[in-house]
Design a protein. Structure first.
Length: 259
């Protein structure tokens, strides 16, 4: 069966306007609403709303009380709008992911060793005297300290990454923890992703099985995070697409003045 492309173009043209899509989505949410309620919700004048409602005549209908509701075609149009919105979000996330400069396994290893060494020294200062007092020999005491240091690494990393995305090790190597969509890592994500360091061998093995360069460790996959390398001269906040740079701010200002 051939499709009338002119009708398809006309439908897409109707749905291309933001206010019309908002009208359909409002009716989908409220089921029925009055002209006045639509006008107040959209914050537009009577003439503009009347124009858009006329354009949406195939998609909406009026009840006996004069309220507006979706027609069957309108309900189908809402599904199309939601699908397109979903595709748009996935596309935006995909573009951000592709723009991320992922840290290599070697870089992440160096960063971890720096952080682990720092926490090992802290652990040694706190616990070595106690272990030796209990009669532990040096070898057993050091093995215990190696294990005791891991929870310290977890807490230390979760706090610093939740604050700025960087531990001292990451700062030294030029790395930063971030969500896979490029947004800032919060304390909850930092806590989850660093929990894997307490179970490091298993975290790495399961991460390897994922075969995804974003997730060297499994707990990164679980938290939806990854580690990126900062370009030389780049500040941590510049690596976050959600924080506009000075040039981006200037462009936005110029666009606003010209519009």
């Amino acid at each position: 069966m051939s499709v009338n492309q002119e009708k398809v173009s006309k439908i897409l043209s109707v749905l291309s306007h933001r206010i019309r899509r908002e009208i359909l989505l409002i009716l989908h949410e409220k089921e029925e609403t009055t002209f006045t309620d639509l006008m107040n919700t959209l914050d537009i004048d009577t003439g503009k709303l009347s124009f858009h409602i006329r354009s949406l005549s195939p998609f909406i209908e009026q009840t006996e009380k004069g309220k507006y509701k979706l027609s069957k075609a309108g309900a189908d149009a809402v599904r199309v709008i939601k699908d397109v919105e979903s595709w748009s979000e996935m596309s935006a996330v995909s573009q951000k992911e592709s723009a991320l400069s992922l840290a290599s396994f070697k870089q992440r290893t160096y960063s971890f060793l720096i952080d682990y060494s720092l926490m090992f020294l802290v652990t040694m200062a706190f616990f070595l005297p106690s272990l030796l007092t209990l009669g532990e020999n040096w070898v057993i005491a050091l093995l215990n300290l190696l294990l005791f240091a891991l929870p310290f690494v977890w807490g230390y990393s979760a706090i610093l990454e939740g604050f700025s995305g960087q531990t001292l090790g990451k700062r030294a190597i030029g790395l930063m923890a971030t969500k896979i969509d490029g947004k800032k890592v919060g304390y909850e994500h930092a806590t989850v992703r660093n929990l894997g360091k307490v179970f490091l061998p298993f975290d790495l093995v399961f991460g390897y099985e994922l075969n995804d360069p974003r997730f060297i460790r499994y707990f990164d996959k679980f938290a939806g995070t990854t580690v990126i390398k900062l370009r030389k001269g780049t500040k941590p906040q510049d690596a976050n697409p959600d924080i506009p740079s000075d040039s981006q701010k200037s462009n936005v200002l110029a666009e606003n003045l010209l519009s």
